[in-house]
Design a binder for this molecule. Structure first.
Ligand SMILES: [Zn+2]
Length: 214
């Protein structure tokens, strides 16, 4: 079996062994243990790298027969590192089966440098592709269009009457930004100005975490 994968996490086990968490195109998310050859420069096993693996299944596990770097995404700055690490952190707890659309999204966004609104666009597009879009324009409880909050537990916006204390403040303008981030291509989004990115990122992370833990 040959598949490309994006390295999300890499941990040194000593003895030239590394533990990798990889999101692969054909098998989904996998844990792999790789042995480094002497003289081998392991950029292909560094976080964020895109690597082609030749794998063999051994019981529950996959063994790496060969691997080759496709593209490295080694961060050139602290900002790039923080951005790519956030993408990994979002993906690591998710149960990710193989899926070409999500795989392409992850590969494409790992190349990016993290200029706003890139991270917010990534997480919203991921939520959309996972089929977990929150309700944005009508109260999830009563259907009212008068929006006052966002309820992570209920999975969308709530009106003033239905809003509980723990719900975050929210308004229609924020929902509009979420809608754009989900629908528009990144190149278009980069030309726009967004006002609510911090709130959107926080809510999107919570929403995804809550929905994927069930
Ligand atoms: Zn309501």
């Amino acid at each position: 079996m040959e598949t490309e994968g994006v390295v999300l996490k890499s941990r040194d086990l000593g003895d030239k062994l590394r533990h990798l968490s990889v999101y692969t195109e054909k098998i989904g998310k996998l844990n792999l243990i790789v042995k480094l050859q002497s003289k081998e420069f392991p950029i292909k096993y560094e976080p964020f790298s895109v690597t082609r693996f030749k794998l063999q299944q051994k019981g529950e596990k996959w063994e790496v027969l060969e691997s080759k770097l496709v593209e490295e995404n080694f961060p050139r700055s602290r900002k790039e590192f923080i951005y790519r690490a956030k993408i990994s952190k979002v993906l690591l707890p998710l149960d990710l089966p193989p899926g070409i659309r999500v795989y392409r999204l992850v590969k494409m966004y790992m190349r990016e440098r993290g200029t706003p609104p890139t991270y917010a666009a990534f997480i919203m597009k991921l939520i959309f592709l996972e089929g977990l879009m929150p309700r944005l324009f009508k109260c999830v409880e009563c259907g009212s269009r008068e929006i006052a909050g966002f309820s992570v537990e209920k999975g969308g916006v709530v009106c003033r009457k239905c809003k509980e204390e723990k719900d975050l403040n929210w308004k229609r303008a924020v929902s509009k930004e979420v809608y754009l981030l989900t629908k528009e291509p990144l190149e278009e989004l980069k030309k726009r100005k967004f006002r609510w990115l911090n709130l959107i990122e926080t809510v999107a992370e919570k929403h995804l975490k809550f929905r994927s833990e069930r």
